[in-house]
Design a protein around this ligand. Structure first.
Ligand code: G16
Length: 545
């Protein structure tokens, strides 16, 4: 039976605020940190139940609000193979988080245990970590109460990145099996990445220093440790590494700032030299944006789409050179935010699929290929090698030296690239490998294809849940009639494309637009935002200008 007494006693210490409704969204629960105490407690209980349901396999819990402002926080669950929580559990997570009283919470739990036939006598194990947010420590304590209440065994992985936590979950659950993913420690993670990287660049010249904008977040200490393992193989310069300065996290820096404002973070002015490669992480180091300044000092952004193009072309070439192109089929997964220029470039080389925003959607779609490459334009992504592909790479016998080299590179890429989730640091090493092999500068990489000018804006509305989409979020079905107005407007812009969707991580509606000319893309975005606002307006002070 449920340990009702222990749950009751501890749950009473973490009451749910009465005026808040929680939702397990794109990346778990995410909102202002000071209302999240009860959510963290209940997630602890839920993680324990998930582990019991999966026969004692270790479940991961990451406390982070990633790209959101510092005052926000959040929590996401990680399944045993290191992927996001099975989507069928999301609505139950939402229901449990919204039970108003302890008694209601317990009765929801009882219903849940019964309908999922959870054997409560099974063991339960949970590994958890947090980012550097000041609210994190107290929230972790609430989570620990939840883990204790359900009688699960907890392992605290401390302050680390989201991708390290995903790595740990997979490493713990595969330990001692033939699918062993690596040592289940942060050190195991660094060793795995650094060893693979060094092998991949062993015949190349040492690259010039790469500047990393750490968003003043957890990427800073983790990148610093990675640098030690990389030794001289990749010189790194860490910027925006102030993890204890109040208000600094993601503030005018980091991957989301770069992608949305399409500008160099002001703090990097004078730090990034023309021609030098720079990149930005986000608050939990699962997103990556590259950039450089040309000789005129002009900023150029290399986003997730550019990363996908660079990496896909490289892997396609390796598979072909290795002689495995009949056995290994590649594919790319993008979202509606993918720049039209990138979709065209990629479609000419391999199959491309469009899915809804959110790593979980991209990840699952990518699993359908032998090698599935997925990147969101915002810099979140990775490359998945199916088990069958890994087996082929292990057993294949190359017949020429060129085939043998390409095969070795593919094997090492499989070690270098995080197989569980998008990982800014692993992706950064991947990009550096390709640039080294191709002898590309930022300019050459950038010229693979030309981005269509685009603009992303946010609109604050009274209720973002009114917004419903279809066709991988490319069309609105609700509010009724709004899509027709958008379609009519888009028609007037050359190369115009625009869509509207509710954010799953912030309380806003997002509007994306692209067009052949910069001014037109901007205008289209703001006019569509105007339509959204007129239909469902929020606070007039936030009306898009
Ligand atoms: C999360 C998700 C991403 C998604 C992003 C924005 O990223 O993991 O897949 O693209 O939110 O989502 P939305 O537009 O729904 O707010 P992160 O880095 O914030 O965890």
């Amino acid at each position: 039976a449920l340990p009702v007494d222990s749950i009751k006693a501890l749950s009473d210490l973490h009451p749910k605020p009465s005026n808040v409704r929680f939702q397990y969204g794109t990346a778990g629960f995410r909102t202002v940190a000071n209302v999240l105490d009860s959510v963290l407690f209940r997630v602890g209980v839920l993680a324990g139940l998930r582990s019991k349901k999966l026969d004692g396999k270790t479940i991961g819990v990451m406390v982070t609000a990633s790209h959101n402002p510092e005052q926000d926080n959040g929590v996401k669950l990680v399944d045993p193979r290191g992927e996001m929580l099975d989507t069928s559990w999301e609505i139950h997570a939402t229901a449990l988080s919204n039970a108003q009283t302890t008694d209601e919470f317990i009765s929801e739990l009882e219903k849940f245990v019964q309908s999922f036939k959870i054997d409560l006598s099974k063991p339960a194990r949970v590994v958890y970590a947090r980012d550097t947010r000041p609210s994190g420590e107290a929230l972790v304590a609430s989570l620990e109460d939840g883990i204790k209440a359900i009688g699960a065994e907890g392992r605290n992985a401390g302050v680390t990145t989201t991708p390290v936590l995903h790595y740990l979950v997979r490493a713990i659950n595969t330990k001692g099996t033939k699918e062993s993913y690596g040592e289940d420690s942060e050190e195991g993670y660094f060793l795995k990445l650094a060893n693979a990287f060094k092998k991949l660049v062993s015949t190349r010249e040492t690259p010039s220093p790469l500047l990393i904008d750490c968003a003043n977040g957890v990427g800073a200490p983790i990148a610093a440790r990675l640098a030690e393992y990389l030794g001289g193989s990749l010189p790194l310069v860490l910027e925006n590494a102030s993890i204890t300065t109040p208000g600094a996290l993601n503030n005018s820096c980091g991957a989301d700032y770069v992608k949305t404002s399409q500008k160099l973070p002001p703090s990097l002015a004078g730090r990034l030299q023309p021609g030098q490669r720079g990149c930005s992480l986000d608050g939990d180091a699962d997103r990556l944006m590259y950039f450089y300044l040309d000789e005129r000092g002009q900023f150029h952004m290399l986003d997730g789409d550019k990363i996908a193009a660079l990496v896909a072309a490289f892997i396609v070439e390796l598979v072909k050179t290795s002689g495995l192109d009949n056995q290994i089929k590649l594919g790319v997964v993008q979202t509606a935010y993918a720049n039209g220029g990138s979709t065209k470039y990629l479609s000419e080389r391999l199959p491309v699929k469009c899915v809804s925003t959110g790593v979980k959607h991209l990840h699952h779609a990518a699993e359908h290929y032998n090698i599935g490459i997925y990147f969101e334009a915002n810099g979140h992504g990775t490359v998945l090698f199916s088990q069958a592909t890994q087996d082929i790479l292990q057993s294949y016998e190359p017949s020429t030296p060129a085939q043998s080299t390409a095969l070795e590179h593919l094997r090492n890429l499989n070690q270098l690239i995080n197989q569980t989730v998008g990982d800014a640091l692993s992706d950064m090493l991947l990009v550096e490998v390709v640039l080294a092999h191709k002898a590309y500068s930022g300019t050459e990489w950038d010229s693979l294809y030309v981005d269509l000018p685009n603009r992303l804006v946010k609109v604050v509305v009274a209720d973002r849940n009114q917004f419903k989409t279809e066709d991988a979020e490319r069309r609105l079905v609700s509010p009724a009639g709004l899509q027709d107005k958008i379609t009519e407007l888009v028609r007037r812009y050359e190369g115009g494309r625009s869509f509207v969707r509710p954010s799953g991580t912030e309380d806003v509606v997002r509007v994306y637009a692209e067009a052949s000319i910069r001014a037109q893309a901007d205008e289209l975005a703001f006019r569509v935002a105007g339509l959204v606002y007129d239909e469902c307006g929020g606070n007039p002070a936030t009306r898009p200008k």
